[in-house]
Design a protein around this ligand. Structure first.
Ligand code: BG6
Length: 295
C-alpha cells in the first residue's frame, strides 16, 4: 500500500526485520510496528524527549512482546485464568496485524487503521469470532481507539488494555491525579482490595495496581521533564498503574536493570471485574487520548 501513503508516512523495515510504519510530519515523529499494532514512538514536535518509554533491552521478534510503547493486551489481561501456558496479556501484542489504511487529516495528524481477526485456528483458547479494529491519530496529540466486534452468534467476554508506557524524568518524583476515591486490587499485596482515598498516586516501591470502576481522566505530573501528560479515556472502566522497581526489573530479561526510574505505565483497560461481555453482532470501543503540556 506504499503508493497510497500520505506525505510524511512510509512503510519500512524496523528493528528485528519487522514491518513498521514510520511517521515524520510537522506535528510529530512516530513508529508503529505491524507486529502487535505496537506504537513504539510518539514524539510531538514541541517535545525534546519522547513521550513513550521504550526499553533498550526490548526484543523485536515475531512471537515475542515488545517492551515499552503501547502494547495491546487482548483478549485477557495478565496470565490467562486456568491456563498457565497461554501468553501473558493475550495474543494481540504478539500477532501480525493488517494495516488497512493511512490518511492525513486537516490538523496535520496521520490516521493509521489496523485490524486483527480474533485468533487464527492455531492459537488455542482465543475467541474466533472477535474482530479488532485499531485507529490511531498521531499528531500534536495522540489518540488510540480499539474496537472489538463480536461476529459470532453467542455472547463473548474479553479483557483489554492499551498498556501505555510513559517516559518520565524520575518516577520517584511524579504524581498521578484522577484516581482519588477509586478502589484498586493491589497486585503486589496478593490482589488485596484497597482504596486510594483522597491521595495522589506516588511511586516509592514496586507498584502494580488495577483500579476498578473508574472512567476518570488521569494526569501525570513530571517535574523531571517539566511536563504534564493527560490521559482521557472512554469505554474503559479500569486503569492500571505499574512500575516494577528494582527486583522485578532485574528478573525481566527484556527490561534493563536500571531502567525503572525512567518509566511508568498508566494503562487504559477493562480487566477483571470490568471485563466486557459483547452480545452477538455488537461492538465495543475503548479510547485513550494523550495530551502533553509544559509545567
Ligand atoms: C502490567 C501488569 O500491566 O504489566 C503487571 O499489571 C505486569 O503485573 C506488567 O508485570 C508487565 O507484563 P509483561 O507481560 O509485559 O511483562
Amino acid at each position: 500500500m506504499s503508493a497510497d501513503l500520505p506525505s510524511g508516512a512510509r512503510l519500512d523495515t524496523g528493528r528485528g526485520g519487522l514491518a513498521r510504519l514510520s511517521i515524520d510530519t510537522p506535528t510529530c515523529a512516530a513508529e508503529l510496528y505491524l507486529h502487535g499494532a505496537h506504537l513504539c514512538r510518539w514524539q510531538p514536535r514541541n517535545q525534546a524527549h519522547p513521550v513513550l518509554w521504550m526499553s533498550d533491552a526490548s526484543r523485536f521478534e515475531a512471537g515475542a512482546p515488545i517492551r515499552g510503547g503501547v502494547p495491546i493486551c487482548f483478549p485477557w489481561f495478565g496470565p490467562r485464568a486456568g491456563d498457565p501456558s497461554a501468553p501473558v496479556h493475550g495474543v494481540a501484542r504478539i500477532s501480525a496485524w493488517t494495516l488497512d489504511g493511512v490518511t492525513l487529516e486537516a490538523s496535520g495528524a496521520i490516521i493509521a487503521r489496523l485490524s486483527l481477526d480474533g485468533g487464527a485456528p492455531a492459537i488455542p483458547h482465543v475467541p474466533q469470532d472477535l474482530h479488532l479494529a485499531y485507529e490511531l491519530h498521531l499528531g500534536r496529540d495522540l489518540s488510540m481507539a480499539l474496537t472489538v466486534t463480536n461476529r459470532g452468534g453467542v455472547p463473548a467476554t474479553f479483557e483489554e488494555a492499551l498498556h501505555t508506557y510513559f517516559s518520565v524524568g524520575d518516577v520517584r518524583r511524579v504524581t498521578v491525579a484522577g484516581l482519588e476515591g477509586a478502589t484498586y486490587a493491589d497486585k503486589v499485596d496478593g490482589g488485596t482490595r484497597k482504596s486510594q482515598s483522597d491521595e495522589l498516586v506516588t511511586i516509592g516501591a514496586e507498584t502494580d495496581r488495577l483500579y476498578l470502576d473508574t472512567g476518570a481522566t488521569v494526569t501525570l505530573t513530571d517535574p523531571g521533564l517539566g511536563r504534564r501528560l493527560r490521559v482521557e479515556k472512554t469505554g474503559s472502566r479500569s486503569t492500571v498503574v505499574w512500575n516494577p522497581w528494582i527486583a522485578k526489573s532485574r528478573a525481566m530479561p527484556d527490561f534493563g536493570d536500571d531502567e525503572w526510574p525512567g518509566m511508568i505505565c498508566i494503562e487504559t483497560a477493562n480487566a477483571s471485574a470490568n471485563a466486557v461481555t459483547l452480545p452477538p453482532h455488537a461492538s465495543h470501543t475503548m479510547t485513550a487520548a494523550i495530551n502533553v503540556t509544559a509545567i
